[in-house]
Ligand binder design. Structure first.
Ligand SMILES: Nc1nc2c(ncn2[C@@H]2O[C@H](COP(=O)(O)OP(=O)(O)OP(=O)(O)O)[C@@H](O)[C@H]2O)c(=O)[nH]1
Ligand SMILES: [Mg+2]
Length: 338
C-alpha cells in the first residue's frame, strides 16, 4: 500500500499522471481522529431470573480486561438482590479511545407466581429509549450528537438446568428478539460438566430454531460471505456458558478473576474453564460496532417507522404532545461512575 502510494505520488508530482494519488484513504484517519475525540456509547442490558448471577456478571465485565487498565470500579460492596432497573456507566479509556459502557441491570425476571406479561417492564424500557431518541431527532433544535441510551444488546441468562428452554424463556426471547439484539448465555455454567454443557448448548440451539427465535447475530443480516463465515462460527457456539465473579485470586503468582471452590479455582477469563471471554470478545472486540449498527438500522428503524405511521406523519403532534414517558423515565435509577 505504502509502495503504491509512493509511486503514484511521484507520478503526480511529475505531472505525468493526473489521476494519481489523491489521498482518499486518509479519510480513514480523519474518521478515526473524530471518533477518538468524540468517544462513543455502548449499552448492554442483562435479563434473567433472580439469582442467576446477572449483577455478578456485570461486575465481572467491568473488572475484566475491558476496564482493568484504566478504571477500577470503586464499588466493592457486596452484591445484593437487584430490585429495580438500574443503569451503571463507566467511561473506559484504552489507547486514547473513550467508550462509555453502560450496563442496565434488571431485577430478577419471572420471579412471580404469575409471570404473565413479566417482560413488559423490559419491553417498556427498550421502547422508551427509542422514543427518547426519536424525539431528539424530531426536535427543531437538534443536539449535535444525540445522547444514545438505546439498548444495543440484551444478554439473556438461561438457568443451567441441562434440560431445554422453559416457556418463559421462549416467550421472552420471541418478544424481545423483535425489538433488540439478544445474546443468550448459560448462567453459572460451573454447575455443568463438560458433556452436560455441550448437550445443553446443542439442545438450546435446536429449541431456538424450533421456536423461530432470532438471536444475535441474525443470519439474514449477514452482509457478505466473509461475515457469514465469522457469524456462523458464533452461531455454532452460542449460548456461551459463562461464569461470573467479583473476586480476584492468586494463581501461579498471577491475579485472576475466579471462583474459589473446595476443588479448585475456576478462572473466569480462562477459555479452558468457561466462555466468559468469548462473550466479552463478541460484545467488545469483534461485534460492538455491528451491534450498534443493528440497533440503529434495524431495531430503531422499525420503531421509528411504526411511530411515524401511527401519528400519520403528523410530526408536530408527535413533537408537541406532552411526553408521557418523561415522568416514568425518572423512576429508572441511573448511576454514573465517571
Ligand atoms: N456458582 C456460581 N455462582 C454464581 C455465579 N455468578 C454469581 N453467582 C452467585 O449467585 C448469587 C446471586 O448472584 P447475583 O449476581 O446477585 O444474581 P442476580 O441475577 O443479579 O439476582 P437478582 O439481582 O436477584 O436478579 C451470588 O451468591 C453469586 O455469588 C456463577 O457464575 N457461578
Ligand atoms: Mg442482581
Amino acid at each position: 500500500r505504502e509502495e503504491e502510494r509512493g509511486m503514484s505520488e511521484r507520478g503526480g508530482i511529475g505531472g505525468a499522471d493526473l489521476f494519481g494519488y489523491v489521498g482518499i484513504e486518509s479519510v480513514l484517519d480523519q474518521m478515526r481522529r473524530k471518533t477518538v475525540k468524540a468517544g462513543f456509547e455502548f449499552n448492554i442490558m442483562v435479563v434473567g431470573q433472580s439469582g442467576l448471577g446477572k449483577s455478578t456478571l456485570v461486575n465481572t465485565l467491568f473488572k475484566s480486561k475491558v476496564s482493568r487498565k484504566s478504571c477500577t470500579p470503586n464499588y466493592e460492596e457486596k452484591i445484593s438482590k437487584t430490585v429495580r432497573l438500574h443503569a451503571v456507566s463507566h467511561v473506559i479509556e484504552e489507547k486514547g479511545v473513550k467508550m462509555k459502557l453502560t450496563v442496565i441491570d434488571t431485577p430478577g425476571f419471572g420471579d412471580q407466581i404469575n409471570n404473565q406479561n413479566c417482560w413488559e417492564p423490559i419491553v417498556k424500557y427498550v421502547n422508551e429509549q427509542y422514543e427518547k431518541y426519536l424525539r431528539e431527532e424530531l426536535n427543531v433544535n437538534r443536539k449535535r450528537r444525540i445522547p444514545d441510551s438505546r439498548v444495543h444488546c440484551c444478554i439473556y441468562f438461561l438457568p443451567a438446568s441441562g434440560h431445554s428452554l422453559r416457556p418463559i424463556d421462549v416467550e421472552f426471547m420471541k418478544r424481545l428478539g423483535k425489538i433488540v439484539s439478544i445474546v443468550p448465555v448459560i448462567a453459572k455454567a460451573d454447575t455443568l460438566t463438560l458433556e452436560e454443557r455441550q448437550e445443553f448448548k446443542e439442545r438450546i440451539r435446536q429449541d431456538l430454531e424450533a421456536n423461530g427465535i432470532h438471536v444475535y447475530p441474525q443470519r439474514e443480516l449477514d452482509e457478505d460471505p466473509e461475515d457469514r463465515i465469522l457469524n456462523d462460527r458464533i452461531r455454532d457456539s452460542i449460548p456461551f456458558a459463562v461464569v461470573g465473579t467479583d473476586k480476584e485470586h492468586q494463581v501461579n503468582g498471577h491475579k485472576v478473576l475466579g471462583r474459589k471452590t473446595k476443588w479448585g479455582i475456576i478462572e473466569v477469563e480462562n477459555v479452558a474453564h468457561c466462555e466468559f471471554a468469548n462473550l466479552r470478545d463478541l460484545l467488545i472486540r469483534s461485534h460492538l460496532q455491528d451491534l450498534k449498527d443493528v440497533a440503529h438500522n434495524v431495531h430503531y428503524e422499525t420503531y421509528r417507522v411504526r411511530r411515524l405511521n401511527e401519528s400519520n406523519m403528523n410530526l408536530s403532534e408527535l413533537v408537541l404532545s406532552s411526553w408521557p414517558l418523561q415522568n416514568k423515565m425518572d423512576k429508572c435509577e441511573t448511576e454514573s461512575h465517571l
